[in-house]
Design a protein around this ligand. Structure first.
Ligand code: GLA
Length: 345
């Protein structure tokens, strides 16, 4: 059978962190960094995986996840087989410009790319949304990462130049043009992390405790005042408070985008960082310093983005001031690196 080629973007989340498994909204956007993947179905159960930056590996479709870079490939091929898209294994080659462990969905992009390629190879009729749901299953069930649905939906469906306002409860979404006068810039802090390291799972666990206490699956829909006044233990109460307030900040950010009110969008981003730092406790001193200098040098908004505990910040900066701003910021943060910029015009 012939080769199939697909491209899938990385994503940055403008705002709405850890709301996607707590019944809330998120606002991700497709990046220009992305992943190119070629897939050729095989007649046996082997998986040959090649990628720039990693060692080639030969795996079997019956392998359990073993913390190798190729786990998303094997997991996605197993899922593709159970969906009837491929009959056996496959050769998969990847060229990616999405830095791994940086909060830019490199893993979701890889899984969605394999599923999209397998859909083409198998002439399947699954929608992109169905593939996103299948991709989340690969992370949750095969890889043991208890993530939500944001990354998979964003990389499967987002289009360049637009932000995706996604309700993670219903999977309904709307696309809104990114600002034309400002750049959304993604800057790596220089600190790398892995979702499988355990702190993400710990936060998920604390949210589950809060769900049991408040008697709801949707922490994001709780009244923040009710959470603050509750007699619940301090740590899970702070996690719930983050979810309830973050969801409202996403709604404010969507209104701001619609009205082209970039100052309000930036304010929501800045407030989000404070809540991630103080209530969800998912930031690190090096990232707080980067965010604070990004704001000091003139960003309209700046915050940590993604799962936390390392990775990237997302900033919103007036285009005319951008070159000066980024030069100043990188001069005082030599480990930081500009990864990408996206905008609406
Ligand atoms: C990671 C997860 C997502 C989401 C974010 C935090 O990217 O994969 O599901 O929970 O962290 O917002």
């Amino acid at each position: 059978m012939s080769e199939v080629h697909v491209r899938v973007p990385g994503r940055v989340n403008l705002i709405g962190e850890h709301t996607d498994y707590n019944g809330g909204m998120v606002l991700p956007a497709a990046l220009s960094v992305g992943l190119e993947l070629t897939l050729s179905p095989r007649a046996d159960e082997h998986v040959m995986a090649r990628s720039n930056g990693y060692k080639d590996v030969q795996r079997s479709l019956s392998d359990a996840a073993n913390n190798n870079w190729s786990d998303p490939v094997v997991g996605a091929l197993r899922e593709a087989r159970s969906m009837g898209l491929i009959a056996h294994g496959a050769d998969v080659s990847i060229t990616s410009t999405i830095p791994a462990g940086s909060g830019l969905s490199s893993s979701a992009a890889l899984i969605v790319a394999v599923l999209k390629a397998a859909r083409e190879a198998g002439r399947g009729e699954q929608s992109n949304e169905e593939l996103a749901i299948a991709a989340r299953r690969v992370e949750n069930e095969y890889m043991g990462v208890p993530c939500g649905i944001m990354d998979q939906m964003a990389v499967a469906l987002a289009t360049s130049g637009a932000a995706m306002a996604l309700d993670t409860n219903t999977l309904e979404y709307e696309l809104f043009a990114l600002p034309k006068t400002h750049k959304i810039a993604v800057i790596h802090s220089g600190v790398f992390r892995k979702l499988t390291e355990g702190r993400y799972a710990q936060r998920k666990q604390e949210c589950d405790e809060a769900k049991a206490f408040f008697g709801t699956e949707d922490l994001c829909l709780l009244d923040p005042e009710e959470v603050t006044q509750s007699s619940f233990a301090e740590t899970p109460r702070k996690r719930a408070l983050h979810c309830a307030t973050e969801h409202r900040r996403v709604l404010a950010a969507i209104e701001a985008l619609k009205a082209n009110d970039i100052a309000s969008l930036g304010r929501a981003m800045n407030e989000s960082h404070v809540s991630m730092r103080d209530n969800f406790e998912m930031s690190l001193p090096a990232i707080d310093a980067l965010v604070s200098d990004a704001q000091k040098f003139g960003a309209t908004g700046a915050r940590l983005t993604g799962g936390g505990f390392g990775g990237c910040i997302v900033t919103c900066v007036e285009s005319a001031a951008f070159d000066d701003w980024v030069a100043k910021l990188l001069a005082v943060h030599p480990k930081a690196k500009l990864i990408d910029t996206v905008c609406g015009g």
